[in-house]
Design a protein around this ligand. Structure first.
Ligand code: G6P
Length: 613
């Protein structure tokens, strides 16, 4: 949600800000802007639309200078417009601020500032920040840091901010509370950014700013204080991801690249956690394995695609262990009155590690004395840092807004945790564990098989993409797959799509079925009665002339007479089929979106990292 970049050093800030923002556009892309110190004053360029619109503006009305701050926006308060775009200024343009997050008490602050003579230009909550800083400076704050501290102590909500002030062009400032911000440590130059990929080409070291910290960056150094004014020792970390990981590598979109990366990501997780095809190691989880002995209950909390991973996690952990498992949307969990105690492990699933509701759920669980294990893709993220233990999904930067490789990595994480916990609790024999691990090891190749057939999937997508709606049906382990397939389709193709448990179809969605409705049925062969039940559900769709697209096991002819189109996947164990079936649905959504001409990596209204409630 909104991307921030800032630069201080000897180089012209403008190209660096634009490059950084282009790598952060996945966080928000409805408007963009920069503030640069140019000829003794701050020059602002900002406009509604994608970053390309800002680049066009800069062509016509160039600016150069240093230092500078930049922003790409996902609107919360105030529609996307030129006036609401960041940076926002105060004091006649002497102070410029970019912000990610929400200032919840902005209304009362705005009224008080207006009464003090400050004039507001925009509808944003952000604009109170430069005015608060200006007011503190007027009142006698002796430094920008002090003014920021006094200003931020009046603000409630979440923020990551970048600040530049034209009376002090030898520094830029940053602060965070609840929204991510990092400092890129260079040689005679320093950066701020919302995320590592923004500055991965420029620096090899970063400092993860903590909540409640204010940083002053000069060309030569970085100093950090907290909201009490005490100085904090910065902890410098090496960047572990490679710059190429944040590039498209010849693919037409990041999403297509990330779909293709799935076999490699899953192989990496298997290589790291599976020992001699016999057992699962969780050495670097950060939690004592004993915890899995004493657990009675787990609650999985997450949002969006990660929620679907959580649903799968519940089904699989219940299947493999005797632990009772619940799953909930983090945005619901945090506001209900869940009953749980110290014998409950909270598992938070999050690609970005910054999702506000998931983070709030973790904090709620910790207040009740529970241990928290997160399944997370971003080292150094808030969720990773606040959890007691972390299973890193190690999928590399996921830049396409619609999650793909992070999802299958989350499913793999649950499979490995499930086998690990079941063996530890002596609820699974060695032989069963080896069988499961052998099946898991076949998953990367099975995904390859599906990806290799993308042209066939594209043909099917081209045939069915143009209707107003589609229905996705699945059962048991593949019920979450149906929800995820529908979500992918909605997110990137904008075709309304609904995922349903196939057994529930008769209780409502069957009314939608007619000869125009594509019904995507996940019907891979299983060893229990679910397969036959699924075939019966498909027959019910067929009887009402729905257009069935089946995801079916290679060689299985059971679906042949029923489905109009079939996407074939290799034979797999039932439990692990979602890791492969979902890839077929990712590609189906992808090519539907392509046929519908949407912006696949940056679908309208969405943002990858949802750092506000
Ligand atoms: C947003 C993204 C989704 C993601 C969800 C949860 O809605 O667009 O792709 O699944 O947030 O994000 P997280 O980073 O916590 O997995």
């Amino acid at each position: 949600m909104c991307g921030i970049v800032g630069y201080i050093g000897q180089r012209d800030a403008v190209p660096l800000l634009l490059d950084g923002l282009s790598r952060l556009e996945y966080r928000g892309y409805d408007s963009a802007g920069i503030a640069v110190f140019d000829n003794g004053k701050l020059s602002i360029r900002k406009c509604v639309g994608r970053l390309t619109a800002l680049e066009d503006q800069l062509q016509n009305d160039p600016v150069s200078g240093r230092p500078g701050i930049g922003h790409t926006r996902w609107a919360t308060h105030g529609e996307p417009s030129q006036i609401n775009s960041h940076p926002h200024t105060s004091d006649g343009g002497h102070i410029a601020v970019v912000h990610n997050g929400i200032i919840e008490n902005y209304h009362e602050l705005r009224e008080a500032l207006t009464a003090d003579g400050f004039t507001f230009q925009s509808d944003t909550d952000t604009e109170v920040i430069p005015h608060l800083i200006a007011r503190e400076l007027k009142k006698g704050a002796t430094s920008i840091e002090e003014a920021m501290r006094l200003a931020l102590n009046q603000a409630r909500g979440a923020y990551a901010i970048g600040v530049t002030v034209d009376t002090e062009p030898e520094a830029i400032y940053a602060a965070r509370l609840g929204s991510p911000l990092i400092i890129g440590v260079g040689k005679n130059e320093n950066f701020i950014a919302s995320d590592v990929p923004a500055i991965i080409n420029q620096v090899s070291q970063v400092i993860y700013l903590n909540d409640g910290e204010i940083a002053k960056l000069t060309q030569e150094g970085i100093s950090i204080t907290n909201l009490k004014g005490e100085s904090v020792k910065p902890e410098i970390k090496e960047i572990t991801i490679k710059a190429e990981a944040a590039e498209k590598a010849g693919f037409e979109t990041f999403m297509l690249k990330e779909i293709h990366e799935q076999p490699r990501v899953l192989r990496g997780l298997l290589a790291k956690h599976v020992i001699d095809d016999k057992s699962v190691s969780m050495n670097d989880l950060g939690l004592s394995p004993d915890l899995f002995h004493i657990l009675n209950r787990m609650i999985i909390v997450s949002c969006g695609t990660a929620y679907h991973a959580g649903m799968y996690g519940k089904l699989l952990l219940e299947h493999l262990t005797s632990i009772a498992v619940e799953t909930d949307l983090a945005s619901e969990f945090r506001y209900r009155d869940p009953k749980f105690g110290r014998d409950t492990l909270i598992i938070a699933v999050s690609q970005s590690g910054e999702t506000a509701d998931t983070l709030a759920s973790i904090r709620m669980a910790k207040e009740r004395g529970c241990k928290v294990l997160s399944i997370c893709n971003v080292p150094g993220s808030s969720i990773a840092r606040e959890s007691d233990g972390v299973f890193f999904t190690e999928a590399g930067p996921e830049i396409g807004v619609a999650s793909t490789k992070a999802y299958t990595a989350q499913l793999m994480a649950f499979a490995l945790i499930g086998i690990f916990a079941a063996r530890l609790r002596e609820e699974m024999t060695q032989g069963e564990a080896e069988d499961l691990l052998q099946s898991l090891s076949a998953i990367p190749d099975a995904i390859h098989y599906v990806v290799d057939r993308k042209d066939e999937i594209k043909t099917i997508a081209n045939k069915h993409h143009d209707g107003p709606s589609s229905l996705y049906l699945g059962r048991k382990f593949n019920f979450p797959t149906a929800l995820e397939g529908a979500l992918k389709n909605k997110e990137i193709s904008y075709q309304h799509a609904e995922g349903y448990a196939a057994g529930e179809m008769k209780h409502g969605p069957i009314a939608l079925i007619n000869e125009y409705l594509p019904v995507i049925c996940i019907c891979t062969k299983t060893e229990d009665e679910v397969y036959e039940k699924m075939i019966s559900n498909m027959k019910e769709v067929e009887a009402r002339h729905g257009r069935i697209i089946a995801i079916a096991t290679d060689g299985d002819e059971g679906v042949a007479g029923v489905a109009e189109d079939i996407i074939r996947v290799p034979e797999m164990r039932d439990e692990f089929s979602p890791l492969v079936n979902v890839v077929a649905l990712q590609l189906l959504a992808y090519y539907a979106a392509q046929a519908r001409g949407t912006d696949i990596d940056k679908p309208r209204n969405l943002a990858k990292s949802v750092t506000v409630e």
